[in-house]
Design a protein. Structure first.
Lengths: 804, 164
């Protein structure tokens, strides 16, 4: 290593900034991944649920005997069996509680009524059919506005009349919370005196993260040692351990939670589900390991929907387009239980980032959470706690205001962007944006796509359409988003009282390689690759010589897990900080070995050198060896460090997205011609992985904007419970993406990184939806509801009189 | 529960036999009775392609084949395409071009791509996108999957040319 140039030494590390190939891929490409359904323990049983066909009903009886008589059936559990253990209900992460198994009634279609345990999945499925449940149907409420009617049926009888909720007073039996931010009076007075006010109802429909692997768990209670091992699809294994301990009464040190490989999460695998609890109870009852894995229908119908926000907005401006105020009232449909996974003080997540990228002097936001007869959830589907909703809201309102002002939507955005010199920027709804350079990003995007020419082409296409020469309209969708990720500072972010810090522990081995363990868990983000890169740059050990482990609570330090793009901002920072602790000790060892004072050596890529005498140095490898083999006065042997990082602030990634589509008014087909996505996620750790994240997030955005939804009929039946009805784009429907970036590091993050996993979903949905609206703008369309599937686009064209 | 049948197949070049109920799905036979866990389950309704295997020379979603239909079949799964010392060009290309993230769709993707490249050794991007449309991926947005398959195709064609 000693005759290598500094550049060679640096590139040998494969540190930050390199498109290092992923270390995870060898096992995944050879069929050697280890996902929860791959786990097979001796004597393992299989559990399956009897689910309610009704959305709202009393459960008057559950008869097990026929099912129990089937050979191979070991147990059928009902709420009655769980009640003596106090496990028929469980706490949700949002301060509510949720039935594990139906306790007298059901609140949504697909709700868990009984848990059948059998020798294999076929017998379990047969037995599910044999459990006889009697229901007495109750009136169904699927509309959150009707749920708040004075005479609406009470859904949650368990808390009827209890008017103090987990997040303040409730004003109706079906009401969960009201959350207010900003200055109501000031905002309303600005609005009433404004030159121009645009008002609209923006509905962000219910959808589902739908990772390719569904949720599941394997519980194994070892009665001899009193230890419970729980494998499962957990985005937050440590939190699961704590919750499992609290609700089961098993001491936390006797529970080991393991998240094996996870086949995508996107928010679906943050929550705690009845299946996890039932597999634990069943293992305790039977003394055998019990596996539970959802099928796709269970997944879409019951675990973790996302969005379902009805956002009523008003935005005011001067006649020349300077925004003066923003007002928003949101009705949030939470389903039968409030099972969001937001930080405790934020029952509507970070919806108060809804002022977006704009310098809006005064704003007011109120969110009312409401119970309905739909599945519980409200998770952050590839987004940081309702940021996607907030971003969609403001980006639609901007386009609608632009229509009202007869302005170009980009011009309006440029005019109102928070300027570079305003950072750190204090938003009207309480956030401090860390850094940004919005004008530069937007300019770069406009040039890259040739925006002015696109507008010209659009005008020509429109003329051709009006002249009857064509039946297609061109839409240009622009979106500029500011995300808020990296939850979060312990002073205001916790889940169930657990501060949202994260952690990293590093051990350097005597021969100079290392193992690092984190409190997070990858679900495809490639942590084993990227976190090793952070460390390589921080401690000068090649990334290839660093093993990275996550997901086993017996070995990994405590952390809050991976969601809300928090891994890089929080655990990435912990990794860098732990690395710096290693480096500090290494410096002392190097100084001793070089016989100089500590301050006379400095770090140089992979070694410490004597200042001013670079030929005198000790490599990290030599230092590691010395740490274990030499008695150094005043320094403990070994080279290890642990860091628990409590971020001082969130990080605020941003980006400019532009797409072009041609909308066929007769078929409703939107042909996406080009998509350009510029992301600024601060310091870039692995450009290849960032690009991959952007591709994936844009595709999920495409799905959500253009066709994907969880739809219910008035009876509360789920109409989109299979992949036949629930839209997931194939390779055929998915366009190619052009990615780009600017780099504005976060000033408070040790390596300046902001996180990127969710940005493309946050920006992408608005971009695609804005493009559809833009195509119809000349015909007076202000707002139409997503998803913009062919039928809805056709309907819009029809309503606008475009079918002659 | 129905009476079990004696099922014989050739899986990844090896004769295997097992008892299985005729109604069992091939994906369950592979994963649970034979311990071949490369192919995954994403839906069990033939939509996602995670369970794709090569079945008598065709790409087949193994969640849609009963054990009774698999009697005597030749089955190849991801485990049969290459080994650590001798990877299939697709396996290398997927890593090289970041064609996977969570890896859950990957065994099905690669198994399908392997058959696609036999059906059409020089596919255009359009043909790849169409030919892969039975396999869903939630993570990658397909762009790098397409790239990986293109790269593997040129690699395989170059190797073939060199051999001729
Ligand atoms: S599991 Fe077979 S196609 Fe989805
Ligand atoms: S890599 Fe996750 S589903 Fe394809």
């Amino acid at each position: 290593m000693n005759d290598m140039t500094p550049e060679d030494r640096k590139s040998a590390l494969k540190g930050m900034g390199t498109s290092r190939k992923r270390v995870e891929d060898a096992r995944f490409t050879q069929g050697k991944g280890n996902y929860v359904d791959d786990i097979k323990l001796p004597g393992m049983l299989f559990g399956d649920f009897v689910r309610s066909p009704y959305a709202h009903a009393r459960v008057t009886s559950v008869r097990k005997d026929t099912a129990m008589a089937l050979p191979g059936v070991i147990a059928v559990l009902t709420a009655e069996d769980l009640a003596p253990l106090g496990l028929h209900w469980m706490p949700t992460l949002a301060g509510d509680k949720q039935m594990v198994l139906a306790d007298g009634k059901v609140l949504y279609q697909g709700q868990e009524v009984a848990f059948v345990v059998a020798e294999n999945r076929y017998i379990a499925a047969d037995a599910v059919e044999l459990v006889e449940v009697e229901y007495e149907e109750l009136p169904v409420v699927t509309n959150p506005f009707k749920a708040m009617d004075a005479d609406a049926p009470t859904l949650r009888e368990d808390i009827a009349g209890k008017m103090d909720g987990a997040h303040g007073p409730r004003k109706h039996n079906n009401h969960i919370f009201t959350w207010e931010q900003g200055d109501k009076e000031a905002t309303e007075s600005v609005l009433s005196g404004a030159d121009v006010v645009a008002e609209e109802m923006i509905y962000y429909h219910r959808t589902h993260p739908c990772p390719l692997e569904t949720c599941g768990s394997v519980a194994s209670m070892d009665k001899v040692n009193g230890k419970l091992t729980l494998y499962g699809t957990f985005q937050a294994p440590h939190a699961v351990r704590t919750v499992a301990s609290l609700i089961s009464g098993i001491a936390e040190h006797n529970i080991r939670v393991i998240s094996p490989d996870i086949g995508g999460g996107f928010g679906n695998k943050v929550g705690v589900y009845p299946g996890y609890v039932c597999s634990i109870v069943a293992s305790i009852v039977t003394g055998k390991p019990v596996k539970w894995v959802e099928d796709r229908m269970d997944n879409l119908m019951t675990t973790a929907f996302a969005r379902d926000y009805h956002m009523h907005g008003k935005i005011s401006a001067t006649t020349d387009g300077k925004i003066t105020g923003l007002w928003c009232h949101t009705t949030a449909d939470h389903g039968g239980f409030d099972a969001c996974a937001d930080p405790t003080k934020f029952p509507a997540g970070f919806m108060n980032i809804c002022t977006g990228s704009y310098d809006i002097p005064v704003a007011y936001l109120a969110v009312d959470g409401v119970y309905t007869n739909k599945a519980p959830g409200g998770v952050a589907y590839r987004c940081s706690f309702r940021v996607t909703e907030a971003s969609y809201f403001i980006e639609r309102m901007m386009d609608i205001l632009a229509i009202k002002l007869d302005m170009d939507p980009v011009e309006l955005r440029m005019k109102n962007f928070v300027r570079k010199d305003q950072f750190p920027y204090q938003s009207a709804l309480g956030w401090e944006y860390d850094s940004g350079d919005y004008h530069t990003a937007m300019d770069k995007a406009l040039k890259a796509v040739g925006y002015d020419n696109l507008r010209k082409e659009q005008a020509e296409k429109l003329a051709a359409f009006k002249a009857g020469e064509s039946r297609s309209l061109m839409g240009i969708g622009t979106a500029f988003f500011t995300e808020i990720v990296g939850a979060g500072p312990v002073k205001n972010c916790d889940i169930l009282g657990l501060g949202m810090f994260d952690s990293c522990e590093i051990r350097i081995h005597p021969t100079g390689s290392a193992i690092a363990r984190l409190g997070t868990i990858s679900q495809g983000q490639g942590h084993a690759t990227t976190f090793a890169q952070i460390l390589a740059s921080e401690i000068g050990i090649p990334a290839d010589d660093i093993t990275l482990e996550e997901g086993d609570t017996d070995t990994a330090p405590y952390g809050l897990g991976t969601y809300g793009s928090r891994s890089t901002p929080v655990a990435g920072a912990a990794t860098a900080m732990a690395g710096r602790k290693i480096r500090a000790k290494a410096q002392m060892i190097a100084a001793y070995l070089l016989e100089v004072h500590d301050d006379d050596v400095e770090f140089d890529i992979d070694r410490f050198v004597v200042k001013g005498a670079p030929e005198r140095f000790k490599t990290m490898k030599e230092i590691a060896f010395a740490a274990y083999n030499q008695a150094i006065p005043g320094i403990e042997p070994g080279l290890e460090a642990v860091s628990y990082y409590d971020p001082p602030n969130m990080t605020y990634p941003f980006g400019a997205y532009i797409c072009v589509m041609d909308v066929d008014v007769d078929t409703g087909v939107a042909d996406i011609r080009s998509v350009y996505a510029l992301d600024d996620c601060g310091t870039r750790i692995n450009p290849m992985i960032i690009e991959g994240q952007v591709h994936g997030g844009l595709t999920e955005a495409l799905a959500i904007a253009m066709g994907q939804e969880i739809a219910y009929d008035e009876m509360g039946n789920v109409k989109t419970g299979t992949l036949m009805d629930f839209f997931i784009p194939t390779a055929w429907e998915t366009p190619n993406y052009i990615t780009d970036h600017t780099t504005t590091p976060s000033p408070h993050h040790p390596i300046g990184a902001k996180g990127v996993g969710e940005s493309p979903n946050v920006g992408g949905v608005s971009m695609f939806s804005n493009a559809v609206h833009d195509a119809f703008r000349p015909f007076g369309l202000t707002q139409s509801h997503m998803p913009h599937d062919h039928w809805r686009i056709w309907k819009t064209a029809n309503q606008l009189g475009l079918h002659g | 529960m129905s009476k079990k049948m004696h099922l014989e197949m050739t899986v990844n070049g090896q004769k295997v036999e097992t008892l299985a109920e005729p109604r069992e799905l091939l994906i369950h036979v592979l994963r649970e009775r034979l311990g071949i866990t490369g192919p995954h389950i994403g839906c069990e309704t033939s939509h996602c392609g995670a369970c794709t295997v090569d079945f008598n020379g065709k790409s087949v979603k193994s969640c849609n084949v009963f054990a009774a239909q698999a009697q005597g079949a030749e089955v190849t799964t991801i485990e049969g395409l290459g080994d650590p010392d001798n990877l299939h060009p697709l396996q290398t290309a997927f890593k090289e071009h970041h064609g996977l993230q969570c890896g859950y769709c990957t065994p099905g993707m690669i198994t399908r791509a392997h058959r696609l490249l036999q059906e059409n050794p020089t596919p255009t991007e359009e043909e790849i996108r169409f030919g892969m449309a039975g396999n869903l991926c939630r993570c990658t947005g397909y762009q790098n999957i397409v790239k990986s398959i293109q790269a593997a195709a040129s690699e395989m064609n170059a190797a073939k040319e060199a051999a001729e």
